[in-house]
Design a protein around this ligand. Structure first.
Ligand code: ATP
Ligand code: MG
Length: 730
């Protein structure tokens, strides 16, 4: 028997050994689902001699994907795992779309718009359509379009669908279909896809291009998906198409941990899986290896209040463990103080390291109190979520240059840098250029390139000409230079780095360091070995680099081994485990959220979220709640969360008394384009984002607190062939 099989229990082994045909593993938290998935990949390669190029594994975070590759590499003792297509849905599809872009009329160097870019385009089209941007707020429109795309509803279907129309009318937003259409056309013209387009276009590619479909069906002989409970209709349809030829699909999930229905994910995908294929092998794993008996008992007690769960009996052989500490504090600041004091004590008495501890909360804004108290005790920490490195202005500016060089049609990026650093191309000129572009149905870049035809003043013309020449110089270097060499030259030739360097204010120094850090990371990218299949063309080039960073979430950039306390939302903690967990803010209106108590479905999702946080803990679990806290600028009194009442007293070690349970009300929803969108503005991703902070695959729109960034390393590397376009002056 292979070594890697001996560490598995019988059920797990059965799942790993099952080779051909569809298999579904529905299992509780910490029962080894991810371990099975990883071992299965290794087994397919080591035992069944499946070529690594023929395996596709989809996970929810880049971090999980990276870990999976490393674990397979460790089992196999070779580098074959690098050839696996392992990644998030978005990153894997982006890679495929890049190769197939011509099929969809996109340039291969298409840009990926992050949430901010997308909202910028929405603002532009709302203005151009002369609509009121107070009614058609970028956030609202973005989330509406996002829901549509994740339900595979394109602009035409959107405009035709009666249910959708009615809903837009009720919301007093009758022009939504028009905006969606204009937005989609504008993105296409800019050669750009937003995050949701990566799914929608992948679907279109497979659906409308039989050659591409059969190519990827033949390629991906084995498909594996982790966290299947959180897939949405678009992802479901794509997997179904990709897997249709071989039907070697392995999905792994836990219905009790489905926490993304606000983004259109549906547990139906689990239930449907068994109906979609004739011969589905279903494996249940019930032994938990992660947590103490007490923690598992509490998790079971809580989740049994949800109706309609797939029956599972999660148990563990682990020790009974300590009771769960339930701690009531007077205020959010006291909560922060309690947590920091406790961490200090645990370190002293129990020899627990910072990195063993996670503080998990419902909303990003809750991090403030913890940050303050951790700082006071000099306990190092990292916040996942919040303002991503790549969302900082100076980093975005630099990246915008790289984007324009890779894809000059990218209007958002172009507008960002055309006059930064200042080069005498003012707002009037930019507005004119956009206007000319629209009137002539060409890109803004085309207007700039042919500026003399459009009647700009001579001084402006000269500035435009210099700018265009500079960008074209960089472009001409693209085939010969890697991403770092290009970025380095950009920093130098645009005077961008120099300008930041000359700013000696505290913020200026931080901005300079951030740009240096960006250059470091690009250097690192060009030096990391990659997948063989990508070939020499551009595998270290700008295009590949840009794709990668747009899809990075904040968590991906952080050193997992650093000895720091981790702070994140519960959503971001999915799939992770920590010896010590603080589940914070267990209060009515906060958790469950005030916006999620109107229907049974919403409330049950909140409860699943509670189940997720409980089951992250291995040994010690603290549940905290505050009597009062500042929210949205005023002091609010909160009762303890109803979920606390669902934990039998025998498992609790209370530091204070709690409140009473509430009534639950609600109804179930029903199935058209409209239903797939889960209808309603009330349940939009916007609210979700406000509540949950940034969903892991996307970035936060309005993050509140930023972790202190470790001092940046300085760039020491100078490219061997330091190229300086000679005739550019800025
Ligand atoms: P989640 O639902 O949170 O995603 P999971 O089902 O994916 O959890 P894993 O993360 O794969 O569970 O495993 C949980 C922990 O249990 C890990 O530390 C893993 O190494 C360990 N584990 C899993 N199976 C075994 C086993 N047979 N023997 C020992 N440890 C195991
Ligand atoms: Mg897992």
């Amino acid at each position: 028997m292979h070594d890697y099989l001996s560490g598995l229990n019988e059920r797990q082994r059965e799942a790993v050994l099952h080779c051909n045909g569809p298999i579904m593993i529905v299992a509780g938290a910490g029962s080894g689902k991810t371990k099975v998935l990883t071992t299965r990949i290794a087994h397919l390669m080591a035992h069944h001699k499946v070529d690594s190029f023929n395996i596709l594994a989809l996970t929810f975070t880049n971090k999980a994907a990276k870990e999976m590759k490393e674990r397979v590499e460790k089992i196999l003792h070779n580098t074959e795992a690098r050839n696996l297509y392992i990644g998030t849905f978005h990153s894997v599809f982006a890679r495929i779309l890049r190769a197939e872009a011509h099929n969809l009329g996109y340039p291969n160097s298409f840009t990926i718009y992050d949430t901010d870019d997308a909202k910028g385009v929405i603002k532009t089209v709302v203005n151009e359509l002369n609509l009121d941007d107070k009614i058609y707020k970028p956030n609202v429109v973005y989330n509406r379009i996002s829901s549509a795309k994740n339900a595979l509803v394109g602009p035409e279907e959107y405009a035709r669908d009666y249910g959708i129309q009615q809903e837009d009318l009720r919301a007093n937003r009758p022009a939504m279909a028009q905006i969606y259409d204009a937005y989609a056309k504008r993105c296409f013209k800019n050669g750009a896809m937003d995050f949701d387009d990566l799914l929608l276009n992948m679907y279109k590619l497979l659906k409308n291009h039989p050659d591409a479909l059969s190519k990827y069906q033949r390629k991906f002989k084995y498909i594996l998906i982790d966290e299947y409970q959180d897939t949405n209709p678009a992802q479901y349809e794509i997997i179904k198409l990709l897997g249709a030829m071989h039907e070697n699909i392995c999905v792994v999930g836990d219905d009790a941990q489905s926490i993304y229905s606000f983004r259109g994910a549906t547990i139906q995908n689990i239930l449907q899986f068994q109906k979609d294929y004739d011969d589905v092998k279903v494996v249940k794993l019930e032994q938990n290896y992660r947590s103490s008996q007490n923690i598992i008992s509490v998790a079971n007690e809580v989740i049994k209040n949800n109706k309609g769960q797939i029956p599972k009996n999660l148990w563990t052989d682990n020790a009974e463990g300590e009771k769960i500490k339930l701690v009531r504090t007077a205020s959010d600041n006291d909560e922060g103080k309690f947590v920091a004091d406790t961490i200090k004590e645990l370190k002293l008495r129990n020899h627990i390291s910072n990195k063993d501890v996670a503080i998990l909360y419902r909303t990003n804004a809750q991090s403030r109190a913890f940050e303050e108290s951790l700082r006071r005790l000099a306990i190092p920490y990292i916040i996942y979520g919040g303002l991503s490195f790549y969302q900082r202005k100076e980093v975005k500016d630099m990246v915008a240059y790289l984007r324009v060089i890779a894809n000059p049609k990218d209007e958002e990026a172009l507008k960002r840098i055309i006059n930064y650093p200042v080069r005498g191309i003012g707002k009037t000129t930019i507005d004119k250029a956009v206007l000319f572009a629209n009137a002539n149905n060409i890109s803004m870049w085309d207007v700039l390139v042919n500026a003399q035809q459009f009647g700009f003043k001579s001084g402006t013309l000269e500035a435009i000409d210099q700018f265009v020449t500079m960008i074209q110089m960089f472009q001409s270097e693209l085939p010969k230079r890697n991403a770092y060499e290009i970025a380095f030259a950009v920093g130098k030739n645009t005077n961008l780095v120099k300008e930041l360097f000359n700013d000696k204010s505290t913020e200026g120094v931080a901005r300079y360091e951030n740009v240096q850090e960006l250059l470091n990371s690009i250097k690192e990218f060009t030096e990391t070995p990659m997948n063989e299949e990508d070939g020499e063309v551009g595998d270290k080039g700008l295009g590949t680099y840009l794709q990668q960073i747009t899809l990075l979430t904040d968590a991906d950039n952080k050193d997992p081994d650093a000895d720091v306390v981790k702070l994140m939302t519960i959503h971001a903690a999915k799939g992770l485990e920590f010896p010590v967990v603080f589940a914070a803010g267990l209060e009515e209106t906060l958790f469950p959220s005030a916006m999620s108590i109107n229907t049974r479905e919403e409330l049950e999702e909140e409860r699943r979220l509670f189940y997720v946080v409980i089951t992250r803990a291995k040994q010690k679990l603290f549940i905290t709640h505050a009597n009062s806290r500042y929210r949205f600028g005023s002091l609010i009194q909160n009762e303890p969360s109803r979920f606390i009442e669902e934990i039998p007293n025998e498992f609790l070690d209370r530091t204070s008394a709690g409140g009473g349970p509430r009534n639950q009300t609600g109804s179930w929803g029903g199935g058209s384009a409209f239903d797939r969108m889960r209808g309603g503005y009330g349940n939009s991703a916007q609210e979700a984002e406000k509540q949950y902070g940034a969903p892991p695959a996307k970035k936060a729109a309005t993050p509140s607190y930023i972790a202190p960034k470790p001092a940046a390393k300085t760039v020491e590397h100078v490219p061997t062939k330091d190229f300086v376009p000679s005739d550019t002056t800025t």
